[in-house]
Design a protein around this ligand. Structure first.
Ligand SMILES: NC(=O)c1ccc[n+]([C@@H]2O[C@H](COP(=O)([O-])OP(=O)(O)OC[C@H]3O[C@@H](n4cnc5c(N)ncnc54)[C@H](OP(=O)(O)O)[C@@H]3O)[C@@H](O)[C@H]2O)c1
Length: 286
């Protein structure tokens, strides 16, 4: 029986990246749908859950992607609401790579050490990757703050994190470099999760921080999100801190994504969201 993956995307054009990784994760065939939302996804879900016998439903799975986490979450909720009794298939949620990227970054930061009780700041933590990373850092026991350029935006992200995951983070308005440098004062862990090609911190702004122990940058598009962090740094020591660059956890992120796709076809009742995907990252990180 063929392993069928249904790629549900909130964007008009479904993600090609998610399509390729879907095949590399083990799907035999992928049907990609764009422009989906809670009001039009119902018939597609019915097609997925009513077509195969219970013992065969594990060979059908759904992947939810797209550029907007909020829209994707609404789509996920609509998909799950259609399931009942044995009429369900496994689902993975990874809008904009939010869960796999955040899981890989935090798994690298937490590998071989405890983050419990540490102060962690996610710079530009209002975005998809930053929000999920904030959740995971908090789950590791850190006291987490997220920054953004506008207080209203970063507070909305904080409220969304609280509503969906029951996790408390602090919202900090930090529109430019000096405010971001002030925001990381006293933090032991900093993860930069800004938009591609945006530099959030100059080298001097982190090199002089006495408290800082672990510094990671998710941005893989030059210039670096944090000046002085190398693309492939994997715990490289500099100025008394350990540095993690985007390519060092990018490979793990892809492995996690593939492994999660493979898991979807192992049973018909999985919902792989941030916590489950983090579990996969923790198992794979070396
Ligand atoms: N290493 C990997 O394997 C990997 C995989 C996927 C993604 N990524 C990278 O991870 C990063 C985060 O991804 P994402 O999808 O969450 O990013 P995103 O949504 O594009 O941007 C994240 C945040 O950056 C802030 N931002 C945007 N423009 C800015 C500017 N000019 N100055 C300062 N801040 C700005 C915004 O926050 P405010 O508006 O609140 O300031 C936004 O919420 C990106 O760099 C992405 O390329 C890496």
């Amino acid at each position: 029986m063929k392993k069928l993956l249904y790629q549900f995307d909130t964007d008009p054009l479904p993600s090609l990246f998610d399509n390729v990784v879907g095949y590399d994760g083990g799907a035999d065939h992928i049907s990609a749908y764009g422009g989906l939302h809670s009001a039009n996804v119902g018939p597609l879900v019915e097609g997925a859950i009513f077509t195969r016998a219970s013992k065969d439903k594990k060979n059908t799975a759904i992947f939810i992607g797209g550029g907007s986490v909020a829209q994707g979450e609404a789509l996920l909720d609509a998909v799950l609401a259609k399931f009942f009794a044995q009429f369900r298939v496994s689902v993975m949620f990874n809008c904009n790579g939010c869960n796999t990227t955040a899981a890989a970054a935090v798994a690298c930061l937490a590998h071989g050490r405890s983050l419990a009780g540490k102060r962690a700041v996610v710079l530009a933590g209002s975005g998809p990757v930053g929000q999920r990373a904030a959740v995971l850092l908090a789950r590791e026991g850190a006291q987490v703050a997220i920054t953004g350029r506008k207080l209203a935006v970063v507070e909305a992200a904080r409220d969304s994190i609280k509503a969906r995951f029951a996790v408390d983070v602090t919202a900090i308005e930090a529109p430019s470099g000096p405010e971001r440098a002030a925001a990381i004062e006293g933090a032991q862990v900093v993860l930069a999760a800004g938009a591609a090609g945006i530099t959030l911190l100059d080298a001097a702004q982190w090199q002089n921080s006495a408290a800082l122990e672990l510094l990671a940058d998710a941005n893989a598009s030059p210039p670096a999100g944090v000046e002085g962090v190398g693309m492939s740094d994997r715990g490289a020591a500099s100025h008394g801190k350990l540095l993690f660059g985007p390519l060092s956890f990018g490979a793990l992120k892809l492995s996690v994504h593939r492994a999660c796709i493979a898991r979807l076809f192992g049973q018909n009742d999985l919902v792989l969201d941030v916590n489950e995907i983090y579990g996969v990252a923790k198992a794979l990180v070396t």
